[in-house]
Design a protein around this ligand. Structure first.
Ligand code: ZN
Ligand code: ZN
Length: 392
């Protein structure tokens, strides 16, 4: 049994009231975003919509941060800490197959990772916190970040100074998930993987398919490298997947070259480095042993993401007050997906949380959510912000 003070209950009721008033508007907003998806660093209409909503809600707005990013600032009453809340705003390069009334109007672009939902949730929280700004000290910085799905907009926003003026003390973000509506999934420690990419260019010596003995077949080299890399098993969680293999033009022509493309993922820096070294050495060893050459072009993308223990505890307490203790799902394992929110988490104590409500898998062509998750998310985020700033 937990007891809440009357001031606490009053604050909570106020949040519920404001969210209930805004729910319809937030769903409409999400639908507008969903119908007009934009890819990384091209989120011009999306940014405009965000900036206009923030301005209408009385939030200080900076547009064009790292090209298409938007930053909102809510100043509370008096000095205090600054909390950064982040939503990613970009869509994926894929075709929507769902036939809902708010399906994507743009060919080859779709909000299949729910970033439209993240944006609506954060705008909802912005509205709530802006209305209650007289009740808390410190500041809320609202970061609407481009290009999470491609090359990453978090680092460019940090380089543009988003962690300063006022200096950020902590950060939080939601990602939609297939957990039940009205629940969250949360975990201390590592929560996202480093989603690195690599290309392996293999050079052999082509010739007639009838005389392989006088050739160095890059297809064979590539096949062996792919088998070895796909089967790397380490003590720590990690994965290597070869996802593309391009070579050859005909049935009887041994080609000169082949190209493998893949991803290597880990949950800690040491394992990440080990995968990198193994990919380099295995590629070289296999290619050399067969008389060919392999060049690896490796791209380190986002670092693994880490949830701070105290921030996570605080988030759980805030969420319990909104959705009840029974709806907090403690996750034991990290997923092997990456998220460049990890750049914020590298700099300040952070918390990255799964929000229940997706009704189809992420990145599927008929992805959708139960839109009630938007107001639930906005309410939890606002409540967490008030807790972080010490007003409740
Ligand atoms: Zn995604
Ligand atoms: Zn995503």
């Amino acid at each position: 049994m937990r007891f809440f003070s009357s001031a606490y209950i009053k604050e909570l009721l106020l949040l519920f009231k404001i969210t209930a008033e805004k729910e319809k508007e937030l769903i409409q907003l999400r639908r507008r975003l969903h119908m007009n998806p934009e890819l990384g660093f091209s989120e011009y209409e999306t940014s405009n919509l965000i900036a206009e909503y923030l301005e209408k809600s009385g939030v200080e707005v900076t547009r064009g941060v790292a090209k298409t990013g938007v930053v909102g600032l809510i100043r509370g009453k008096g000095d205090g800490k600054t909390l950064l809340l982040r939503a990613d705003i970009d869509a994926l390069p894929m075709q929507e197959t769902a036939e809902c009334e708010y399906a994507s109007l743009r060919n080859g672009a779709m909000h299949a990772c729910g970033h439209d939902v993240h944006t609506a949730v954060l705008l909802g929280a912005a509205g709530i916190l802006s209305e209650t700004r007289g009740n808390f000290p410190g500041n809320i910085k609202l970061v609407f970040q481009p290009a999470e799905e491609s090359i990453g907009g978090a680092l460019p926003m940090i380089e543009a100074g988003v962690m300063e003026n006022p200096r950020v003390d902590g950060a939080a973000a939601f990602h939609i998930s297939e957990l039940p509506l009205g629940s969250i999934g949360i975990k201390k420690g590592c929560v996202t993987a480093s989603p690195d990419h690599f290309h392996i260019r293999i050079t052999g010596r082509g010739g007639h398919g009838a005389s392989p003995e006088s050739c160095v077949n890059p297809v064979e080299i590539g096949s062996r490298i792919a088998t070895r890399l796909n089967n790397i098993r380490l003590d720590m969680p990690s994965v290597v997947s070869i996802c593309a293999f391009q070579s050859g033009t005909g049935e009887n022509i041994i080609p000169d070259t082949a190209l493998l493309m893949g991803t290597a993922r880990a949950l800690d820096k040491a394992t990440r480095q080990r995968l990198y070294e193994m990919i380099l050495s295995i590629s070289d060893e296999v290619a050399t042993s067969l008389g060919g050459k392999a060049e690896v072009d490796y791209r380190f993308l986002y670092p693994p993401g880490e949830n701070d223990a105290d921030m996570t505890d605080m988030f759980i307490k805030a969420a319990e007050a909104v959705i009840g203790r029974e709806n907090i799902i403690y996750q034991e394992k990290s997923q092997m997906v990456g998220d460049d929110f990890s750049y914020f988490a590298e700099r300040v104590p952070s918390c990255y949380v799964q929000l229940g409500g997706a009704i189809r898998p992420l990145h599927s062509s008929d992805f959708d959510v139960d839109e009630r998750c938007i107001s639930i998310g906005a309410e939890i985020m606002s409540h967490f912000a008030l807790k972080f700033l010490g007003s409740i």
